[in-house]
Design a protein around this ligand. Structure first.
Ligand code: NAD
Length: 509
């Protein structure tokens, strides 16, 4: 008998190595998946390795066409996708649909841009008239993905689309809490004509994930900072590249010239999307003293209008938490803050009448940086607000964090907002809105400090999955024997063109 941890908190005992997955709203099992062993993972990677040369040989345009066929199927079957995501996360219908919509756009972006971005580039060598040099972009081989549960479709597939289009084959280990969305999307890819061994899903918990790191040529991880550290350490020992999309503690700065309605409603959207279980969720708010009281009034006004519940439909703003751990953490952070002098001015309680993992959106004031709620990632519907003297103090506090994923500034002065944005230590900053970088396929997104390494999306999100190879061709004139080249050609040319070389296009590349 093997004891298998489940997903939303309870323990299940099963005969074989199975992981039972629960619906967080009903707490009923929705199915089980095998906890795959290291041998299973090794076999999957071996199949992916054998399939890779043919996939690469297909060419970037043909791969792009298959990816678009997958996007078309996903779009046509979006209701099934939304149902699958909701069954294992408990998120709102709109929240699940956003995953589908962003993934569809990601496919379109890379289908149209990858051929240009992966085309061999002509570059300048040290002796440009003597050499022709080109950089080729080659796939790594087999890329492993390890992903979390909060965006079960997007967090895996948004990143593996560029890996596939670059010519890699992929083995994905989704979270044990939400494996069915990944299994569903991989089946859609197979139906779209992508060979079965080109995209495979291995199910299991952290042990299966750790096994994957042992066999692949590149590991792309999205999840907590604690797990990311372990993966980076092992990738370092194996000398394979890795990218890490980790946790965040995103600040929001509200300046005195702000449109208060925009700022108050924007705060709720930033903090409460997916019930706060978002890596780029707004987790701490700094408000200039001059407008603090009006802002709090507006925030309470809009918070009163929020609809929380399990019902389908766009009128629901806040769904269930997915994971019991997050509910317990939210309660612990509130208790810690209150013990240190904070006040709860809105919400603060569980809502068992709606479902076992529902928690009220909670506004906390009189908080400071001695409290966990201002320093550690919350991943729940908490909105801690701190009064600050001015923008300088807000920037200083925003940067007083181990994390640096995203951030936002609300102001009517867009130019000043943009200048202040560049002083925030994070992978992205949005002005008068939140999270739109995460959903924009052409914008690089990722973290600094403990929020990660590498970037997803945009050219950067594609080029991380290829290794550049420089090929230099020497024209065999004037250099027989070769060692005379330096004296006859290279040194005089170098001296002659020293001042002018960057003004001559042929010599500049
Ligand atoms: P987690 O680190 O607990 O688990 C993530 C994945 O890693 C799961 O698939 C898990 O099975 C696997 N895993 C666990 N231990 C492992 C090990 N030793 N070796 C290999 N794999 C292992 O994170 P979580 O609770 O699933 O996700 C929440 C976290 O993810 C939050 O911190 C959130 O901020 C972060 N996140 C970041 C981004 C981003 O883009 N930066 C996006 C979504 C979520």
């Amino acid at each position: 008998m093997a004891a298998v941890r489940t997903t939303k908190g309870r323990k299940h005992i099963t005969e074989s190595e199975q992981i039972v997955v629960e619906n967080p709203i009903t707490r009923q099992p929705i199915g089980a998946v095998p906890a795959m062993s290291a041998d299973d993972v090794a076999a999957a990677v071996e199949r992916a390795r054998r399939a890779q040369p043919a996939w690469e040989a297909l060419g970037v345009k043909a791969r792009g066409r298959l990816i678009m066929r997958f996007a078309d199927l996903l779009w046509a079957e979006q209701k099934t996708a939304v149902r699958t995501i909701r069954a294992e996360t408990g998120k709102t219908e709109f929240g699940a649909w956003v995953e589908v919509a962003v993934l569809e756009q990601t496919c379109t972006y890379y289908r149209h841009n990858a051929p240009r971005l992966l085309r061999p580039q002509t570059r300048r060598s040290l002796a440009p008239l003597k050499h022709r040099a080109r950089v080729y972009y080659k796939p790594y081989g087999v890329v492993g993905f390890i992903t979390p549960w909060n965006y079960p479709l997007l967090n895996g597939f948004q990143d593996l689309i560029p890996a596939l289009i670059a010519g890699n084959t992929v083995v994905l280990k989704p979270s044990e809490i939400t494996p069915f969305t990944a299994l569903y999307a991989a089946r859609l890819m197979h139906r779209a004509g992508i060979p079965r061994d080109v995209i495979q899903v291995v199910t299991g918990d952290g042990r299966t994930g750790a096994a994957l790191v042992e066999y692949v040529d590149y590991i792309a991880f999205t999840g907590s900072t604690a797990t990311g550290r372990k993966i980076a350490a092992r990738a370092g020992e194996r000398l394979i590249p890795c990218s890490l999309e980790l946790g965040g503690k995103d600040p929001m700065i509200i300046l005195r010239d702000v449109d208060l309605d925009l700022a108050a409603s924007g705060t709720l959207v930033g903090a409460l999307e997916n019930a706060g279980q978002v890596c780029v969720g707004t987790e701490r708010i700094y408000v200039e003293d001059a407008i603090y009281d009006q802002y709090i009034e507006k925030l309470k006004y809009y918070a009163d209008q929020l609809v929380i519940g399990a019902a389908a439909g766009d009128h629901v703003h806040v769904g269930s938490l997915t994971n019991e751990r997050e509910l317990l953490r939210a309660e612990a952070f509130i208790a810690d803050a209150v013990a240190k002098g904070a006040q709860v001015i809105f919400g603060g309680r569980r809502r068992p009448d709606l479902g076992p993992l529902f928690f009220e959106p909670t506004i906390l004031v009189n908080v400071d940086h001695t409290m966990q709620v201002m320093r550690e990632e919350t991943f729940g519907p908490l909105i801690p607000i701190m009064r600050v003297k001015d923008a300088e103090e807000a920037i200083r506090l925003a940067n007083d964090s181990d994390y640096g994923l995203s951030g936002s500034i609300f102001t009517r002065d867009l130019k000043r907002g943009e200048q202040l944005a560049t002083r925030i230590h994070s992978g992205d900053v949005t002005i008068n809105t939140t999270k739109w970088v995460f959903g924009s396929p052409s914008l690089p997104m990722g973290g600094v400090k403990h929020s990660g390494l590498g970037r997803r999306n945009g050219p950067e999100g594609l080029l991380r999955f290829v290794r550049p190879q420089s090929v230099l061709v020497n024209w065999p004139i004037l250099d027989k024997p070769q060692f005379t080249l330096n004296h006859w050609l290279l040194i005089p040319m170098h001296v002659l063109t020293r001042r002018i070389r960057w003004h001559i296009p042929l010599l500049r590349m």
